[in-house]
Design a protein around this ligand. Structure first.
Ligand code: GLC
Length: 418
């Protein structure tokens, strides 16, 4: 099999009937941001299937606009916490938190790629994106600060990032739900989040369930509340892509609302630049201060269209490359908390690389963009379609046949990202 055939075969093998699981066993349901990237991957060879991925994810959307982190289309014993822990009586059942909103960007990507013939499918999806972006604004930034709040590390998609360590300390470790981890039965525990982090993750689920999953209650009671630089950058990018869709499918009123949000978010995101550390940093919204830990999330404002710091950021990547660090480590290798093998504390993730490379390219930093893409291809070429990669030894870690890694590889095989 050629490499392209292998990547397509992974998506096909992880297809469970119109939605793609991130990988077999370890993640047996549909995940929000995974599916957005996976839809782009499907679009390289099966347009109808790309739309289906997005439509199936939106089957889980709530009336208030929330697009959940997980849609539990079919039961499975391989994952904890399953639908009974979330206690959300919907059909299909879902979790009650979200994930980085790549979706509108994926819809625009798929539409532009597939062209006019698919306008009707995109037109049917468009109002759901409008509803979702309205949810972000109302549920997570009711004060119109320009930055949305994230209430659970799982919502950032970067579960155990060292950026969350201090904020997570405020979360009690006791849980009403008995913890029955399944992930460490599938992959080596040393490469996964630690037990104590897991207790805090479940504590948050317990208190949100008790809050009845009501956005204003969750915002009020959560002991974990951060403005994640990645989520905010991805959302700003998604707003720009929604605006492009609104030019085709929306009204003048909708366009005006999106433009207003874009203006507000641009200013607020730019304000996350921290001159002493030379990086964009997340904010702890409870402490009211910057979180002084540099991670790969800090490169994503480039993807949001903020190009003012492109030179500094590109130079940093080039410096790491010269030190033989695989790009882009999820935590800055000069941070004391850098762990090159432990999940979001140092390993490389293809989807983050793709967004960073897109941002660098759009900012005119073509060389750094090419370096990031070359490393992304090389890691997969050497180690396979792993969940993530050790940024120092370049070994593949975690689940072995990962959908989003395959999807990004398909995009890069075609050179669509640069
Ligand atoms: C892990 C990752 C998250 C991803 C999910 C499914 O929880 O941290 O980003 O969406 O797995 O692949």
């Amino acid at each position: 099999m050629t490499r392209i055939e292998q990547a397509r075969a992974i998506l096909a093998a992880n297809d469970r009937g119109g939605y793609t699981v991130p990988t077999d066993r370890l993640y047996p349901f549909q995940w929000n941001w995974d599916s957005a990237f996976v839809a782009m991957g499907w679009a390289t060879f099966d347009g109808a299937r790309a739309w289906r991925e997005i439509e199936r994810l939106l089957e889980g959307q709530w009336e208030d606009g929330l697009v959940p982190q997980i849609v539990f289309h079919a039961p499975s014993d391989d994952y904890f916490p399953g639908p009974e822990v979330w206690g959300i009586k919907r059909s299909p059942p879902t979790s009650g938190i979200t994930q980085p909103p790549v979706l509108a960007s994926a819809v625009r990507f798929v539409l532009e790629r597939l062209g006019e013939a698919d306008e009707a499918r995109a037109a049917a999806i468009y109002p759901k994106l409008v509803l979702n972006h309205g949810w972000w604004d109302a549920a997570r930034d009711p004060g119109h600060t320009g930055l949305v709040a994230t209430l659970h590390p799982w919502e950032t998609g970067m579960d155990n990032s060292p950026a969350w360590d201090a904020a997570l300390e405020r979360v009690p470790t006791q849980t009403t739900t008995p913890i029955q981890r399944r992930d460490t039965g599938h992959v080596d525990a040393t490469f996964r989040p630690r037990g104590i982090e897991y207790q805090r993750f479940i504590h948050l689920v317990d208190i949100f369930r008790e809050a009845g999953w009501k956005p204003e209650r969750m915002l009020a009671v959560s002991p974990f509340k951060v403005a994640d630089v990645a989520t905010n950058a991805i959302l700003l990018r998604a707003e720009r892509d929604l605006l492009a869709l609104a030019e085709r499918f929306g009204s003048a009123v909708e366009r005006a609302a999106v433009k207003e949000r874009i203006a507000r978010k641009q200013t607020a995101l730019a304000g996350l630049w921290h001159e002493p550390l030379g990086a964009y940093l997340s904010r702890d919204l409870i402490a009211g201060e910057a979180i002084p830990v540099r991670t790969s999330a800090g490169f994503l404002p480039l993807f949001a269209g903020l190009h003012g710091k492109a030179d500094v950021l590109a130079t940093r990547l080039q410096d790491w490359h010269a030190r033989d660090i695989a790009l882009v480590p999820s935590t800055d290798p000069d941070e004391p908390r850098f762990e090159p093998q432990r999940y979001w504390r140092g390993p490389v993730w293809s989807v983050v690389n793709w967004m960073i490379a897109e941002g660098l390219r759009e900012a005119g930093a073509a060389d750094a963009s090419a370096l990031v893409l070359a490393d992304t291809r090389r890691l997969v070429g050497d180690a396979g379609f792993s969940e993530y990669f050790d940024s120092t030894s370049r070994a593949g870690i975690g689940g072995g046949t990962f959908s989003w890694t395959a999807a990004i590889d398909l995009l890069l095989a075609e050179g669509t990202a640069a």
